[in-house]
Design a protein around this ligand. Structure first.
Ligand code: UTP
Length: 297
């Protein structure tokens, strides 16, 4: 391992999930399933495939179920084994491989994504680290590196923090951190959190995957509340970018924002339509629904 190898990933999962209430009143949105696996499991699998061995979950009040999901469940495993359901028993056992360990840290109040990342500092230390927002459901193009692996490789090559960008329509820019483009596509000069309509510096939105140099913690610790009164990760990245310390990669794949109901539905449909077991039947169901014009009855 070298100083530039990224082996720790932070999963901020302490948001309030207001766009999904009441589903998220007692259940974290990161446990919403795309067919049979929760969003957080897809993100964890992406991180592990990128070489991550330490998972730091920043959790909040309703998030105990996330720790339970990744914990051993000996009674369930035994019951499945006794019933001869060995494949299911293996699925339950293998939510985390043995070489990976998980750490849980509480964010006592939802003071913003930047604050959640700062809460992870004692578990991360002075190492570079990935950040994955599990509600950004990303499917890489077949054959492409997953986004965390791509950002980790760019970090290893540059020693600079890295963000993932995707082109968004101008009408959507106010929902994102928007990049101030640099002299080359792999560099940004700033990041503007949720710009007012007509004030976006580009169409390139920052989307839910980061690899950060530990210097980001010092900046986060010095920030006051930004947009919406929250401590914004985008503001820390903006400060780093102004010093020439941020690189960028463009998403090579598809993305669904599962923090919003429509984005979540898109992720379910896209995954189901391509699914090895359910794909053909699901496409039949969809065709029948579309033929009926989505009408009731
Ligand atoms: P969102 O902007 O999606 O906020 O957070 P949210 O609270 O989860 O959802 P809405 O907007 O109320 O519907 C982006 C990511 O940052 C985490 C969230 O869990 C999500 O992964 N987050 C946000 C925290 O961990 N803590 C915070 O204080 C805020």
């Amino acid at each position: 391992m070298t100083a530039s190898t990224v082996t720790t990933a932070v999963f901020p999962v302490a948001g309030l999930g207001t766009r999904f209430l009441p589903a998220t009143k007692a259940m974290p949105k990161e446990l919403m399933p795309i067919i049979d696996r929760p969003l957080i499991q897809y993100a964890v699998e992406e991180a592990i495939a990128a070489g991550i061995t330490k998972l730091v979950f920043v959790t909040g009040r309703t998030k105990r179920a996330i720790a339970d999901h990744f914990d051993a469940a000996p009674e369930l495993e035994r019951a499945l084994e006794e019933a001869g359901k060995l494949e299911l028993a293996a699925l339950v056992r293998e939510t985390l491989p043995p070489h990976v360990h998980a750490v849980y840290i509480r964010q006592r109040a939802a003071l913003g994504l930047g604050h959640a990342v700062l809460c992870a500092r004692p578990a991360v230390g002075a190492e570079p680290f990935a950040v994955l927002l599990a509600d950004e459901f990303i499917t890489p193009r077949p054959g492409a590196l997953n986004p965390t692996a791509a950002l980790a490789a760019a970090y290893a090559g540059s020693g600079r923090s890295q963000i993932l960008l995707q082109d968004v329509p101008a009408s959507e820019a106010h929902k994102y951190g928007i990049a101030v483009p640099g002299p080359t596509p792999s560099e940004i000069l700033g990041l503007v959190e949720k710009p007012a309509p007509g004030e976006a510096p580009s169409s390139l939105a920052s989307i839910g995957r980061y690899v950060l140099h530990p210097e980001a913690f010092d900046i986060l610790a010095s920030l006051g509340p930004g947009k919406a009164g929250e401590i914004q990760l985008a503001d820390a990245i903006d400060a780093l970018a102004r010093r020439g310390r941020v690189g960028a990669s463009t998403l090579d794949g598809r993305r669904h924002d599962c923090g919003s109901p429509l984005g979540y539905l898109g992720a379910v449909i896209a995954t189901a339509a391509r699914h090895g077991d359910y794909g053909a039947d699901f496409r039949g169901l969809m065709a029948a629904e579309l033929a009926a014009g989505g009408r009731g009855g």
